[in-house]
Structure formats: C-alpha cells, structure tokens
Write a protein that binds this ligand. Structure first.
Ligand code: GLU
Length: 476
C-alpha cells in the first residue's frame, strides 16, 4: 500500500506555524515512504475563507519547499461528492432531519448547565413521527442533518504518536450535525468524504483535532470505508506553556519570512519543535531528514516556541551559506535601503562586504543594519564614538592615516596592518590608543566588523580619507 498523506488548511488566515509544521511532518512522512503528499484547501466556511489566504498558504508552502504531488483541491468544487455521501447515509437510516430552533438549543444548554452536566444534544428529534415532522415544516422550521451517534459505543484507535486512544460514544456531544439547514456540509463529514475519496492512508494533524477523530471514525464505518491511521502531533506552545496565539506576536510563516529567516532554518526549527532527532545534532537540512524521519520520534508533549533557538539556527544557516547565494537574498534588501542600484549587482566589492559581515548575521535584515557604515558617504557617529574622538591626540593619528592612505590607492589588509603597527611603534602608544579612534572615525561606532577589512573596503570606494577629514574638521 502506497502512503498517501495530506495537509488540509482552512483559508481563514495566513499560513500558521502550526499548520506549516503539520505540513512539514506530512511531507517528510510521504517522502520517507516514497508516497504522495496532497494539498487540500478546506474552504467550506464561506464567510471566513478568503482567496488572499489561499494565496498566502500556497506561497508559504512553496517558500518552505514543501512541494505537493496532487492538488490544490478545493472543497467548494466537490459539493456533488458530499451530497452523494449524505444521500448514502440517509438511505442507510444513519442520518435524520432535526428541526430545533436556535432558542430551543439554547434552552437545552442552559438546563444542562444548571444541572451541571456537559453540554450535548439530547437526540430529541432522532425519532420524530411523520406528523411531528410535517408540523415543524408547516411552522417554517429549517432542518439540519444529524448523524446518529451510539452513546454505548467505545471508539479506539492506535495513534501513531500517542499510542492507544479510547473515547466513549456518550462523550461526543450527541447526534452530530453534518450539514446545515442551507445544505452546506460541515467539517467532520467533508473531511472524511475527502480522505476516503483521496485514498488517504495516514492522517497526521494537530492534537487540537483529537476530539474530531472518534466522530470521523464512526463516519468511516457508516460509509463502509477503511479507517486510515491517525497521528496527532503536539501543539506549539508559547513561552508560558499555553497554546501559541496571535497575542504572542508573529504566528504566520509570512511574518518570519519578512523578518529575515531562511526557509531552511525555519524548517529545521519546526522539525525540532515536535520531533526528536536520533542523535545530539540539531542542524538538519530536509533532504538529510527524509531517510531518518519516522513517526516514532514525534513527541507527545507540547513544544515551546523558542525564538532564541530559532535565531541561533538561522544564524548557523546564514554563516554557512555560500556568499554569492547570500548576495542574491541580500541585494534586494540593500536596494530597498538605497545602498545599491541594479548596476552594482556584479560589483565584487559587495561580495567582500558580505564576507566581512556574514558571521555577524542572525537575520537576513541584519545585513542592512550592520553594513550601513560601508555604504553611507559619512556614517552616523554615535555619541560614544564622538567622545572617543574628542581626545587631543586623535588628530595626529588621523592625519598620519590620511598620509598612509593617500600614498597607496590599492592598499591591502596586510599593508594597512603594517602601516598602523608602524604608527603605533613610532608614537610609543598601546594598540588600542590608535585602533579605537581609528574605528570610530572610519565607522562611526566603537564596535563593529573587522577594522582592517573595513578600512580597505572603505578606501576602495574612496570613503576613508573623506571621513577622516570630516572628523578632523569637527564633523563638518
Ligand atoms: N482544516 C483543518 C484545519 O485547518 C484541518 C483538518 C484536518 O487536518 O483534518 O485545522
């Protein structure tokens, strides 16, 4: 039997991290078993589903590289299938029309609350007589369709993540609505119809769906179909241990993309969020995980979303990335910041800039902030840098530096270092006494990437001497 799994997002919001992680696990499971990964858009909630969310979900999955083999299928295109399933259940006597008004249902709930019993539908319209039904219709009541649930049934399955799970029929809330009065079929029913039709063998989804699974198993049985295997993955939690929600800040894949995370790093982090690698290694590219991925290693306990860990993983991927590939990603950001224009694209100086700052990056966007001083004509001088430069001796060093640079247009790092060391020796001062003001004058800050390389890069673009003069001239 070939493995067929699916991701079935509802387009009622942008691609959520939880959905992306479920997609990742399904994708890995399919690739591990040489099976198929199917994309189904569950858009039956007409009020809340939006085309822009569909776009966002598709582009998010593509960005992560989670390619699907079939789909996207849209549930709204598949209504005829659902109608045939409903008819089948009606013909078998497993579904009936139920005519309660909203007020009656509300009164039922209030009474249950007062009696301190869990709210459920009390199956009151399961056995209506023909006369009662005609009276309701004559009153103009609308009927929903309910699927009969046997309170005495015990429903069990062997969960791929959680082991044996057992539910009692009486805990499922009474006979279940599978279609609204408008005829619109509802979630639990359409999911089962689709999973049967798409020959899904394993349903791997978030733990928040665990209460739906017993209901769905009853529907498989009623429809005479084989029940797939189920696996419920743990929830993603916030730092406080509660379910990650919008209030915790960024929750969509798009947010992370915009903040400057790499898809490889994001996948790696999502993988660790719920799956235990076989050894202590933490950095995994997807192609390396495919042979290793087995559902036994999916954790049962919820996983806390840890931004520091994600940042660390992202920095590792950025630091090890080939510089020319990194330039492809950074160039548009530099363009947006006004540092470069299209004509600069093949300037090797840009590669040298990236070489210099690469190991300081945590997010892609850091490449803009950290490199700013190299692109500006005159950098913004911090107050701290200005106070370092206020020392009397400084002007002497800066003048000497100008002399060195003026003599040598093609200065390389070794020459720059030798010249500065000579200067330190001549002055009989400590290294820092020269280096610190030099850094401040050239970069505008007391900290930053390697000074010698910065000096050479600035000089190559004729920015070093003007800066030194600017400082000597009282920042004018
Ligand atoms: N549409 C459901 C959701 O977005 C997923 C249903 C399922 O995986 O069975 O949560």
């Amino acid at each position: 039997m070939s493995v067929r799994v699916r991701i079935a997002p509802s387009p009622t919001g942008n691609l959520h991290i939880g959905t992306a992680r479920t997609a990742l696990f399904n994708w890995l499971f399919a690739r591990h078993h040489g099976g198929q990964f199917i994309l189904r858009i569950e858009d039956t909630d007409l009020e809340r589903s939006k085309p822009e969310y569909v776009e966002n979900i598709l582009s998010g999955l593509k960005w992560l590289g989670l390619d699907w083999d079939e789909g996207p299928f849209f549930q709204t295109d598949r209504m005829a299938l659902y109608q045939s399933g409903i008819q089948k259940l009606i013909d078998k006597g497993l579904v009936y029309r139920s005519y309660e008004t909203a007020e009656e249902l509300e009164a039922m709930r209030e009474l249950q609350k007062a009696q301190k019993i869990a709210p459920r539908y009390d199956n009151r319209h399961r056995h209506l007589t023909k006369e009662e039904e005609e009276r309701f219709i004559a009153e103009g009541r609308q009927a929903v369709l309910r699927f009969k649930i046997d309170d005495e049934r015990e429903i069990k399955w062997q969960d791929m993540v959680r082991g044996e799970v057992v539910w009692q029929g009486k805990d499922l809330g009474g006979d279940m609505v599978i279609a609204r009065a408008s005829g619109q079929p509802l979630y639990n029913f359409v999911v089962v119809m689709d999973d049967i039709d798409m020959k899904i063998t394993h349903v791997i989804r978030g733990e928040d769906h665990i209460g739906n699974t017993p209901k769905q198993i009853l529907l498989y049985e009623a429809l005479g179909a084989a029940v797939p295997q189920f696996g419920h993955t743990p929830l993603i939690l916030n730092q406080a241990g509660a379910k990650l929600s919008k209030r915790d800040g960024a929750t969509s894949v798009d947010d992370y993309r915009a903040m400057g995370y790499l898809p490889e790093a994001f996948n790696n982090y999502m993988l660790l969020l719920g799956w235990s690698p076989p050894d202590t290694r933490e950095l995994y590219r997807l192609e390396e995980v495919i042979p290793l991925f087995d559902s036994d290693r999916i954790n049962k306990a919820g996983a806390r979303f840890d931004r520091d860990k994600l940042n660390w993983i992202n920095s590792q991927y950025l630091h090890s990335m080939a510089t020319d590939a990194l330039l492809e990603l950074v160039f548009p950001l530099w363009q947006k910041a006004g540092y470069v224009t299209e004509t600069d694209r093949s300037d090797p100086w840009l590669l040298a800039v990236l070489e210099l700052i690469k190991t300081s990056l945590t997010l892609l966007q850091d490449a803009v902030t950290i490199s700013g001083y190299l692109f500006q004509d005159i950098p913004d001088y911090t107050e701290e840098a200005k106070s370092v430069l206020a020392n009397d001796k400084v002007s002497l060093f800066l003048q000497q530096m100008i002399a060195i640079l003026s003599d040598c247009q093609d200065l390389d790092e070794a020459q720059a270092k030798a010249a500065i060391e000579q200067m330190i020796k001549d002055q009989g001062v400590k290294k820092g006494v020269v280096m610190k003001p030099l850094r401040c004058a050239l970069t505008g800050d007391v900290h930053g990437p390697d000074l010698m390389t910065s000096l050479v890069l600035l000089h190559q673009k004729n920015k070093a001497i003007p800066r030194l003069n600017y400082v000597l001239n009282g920042f004018k």
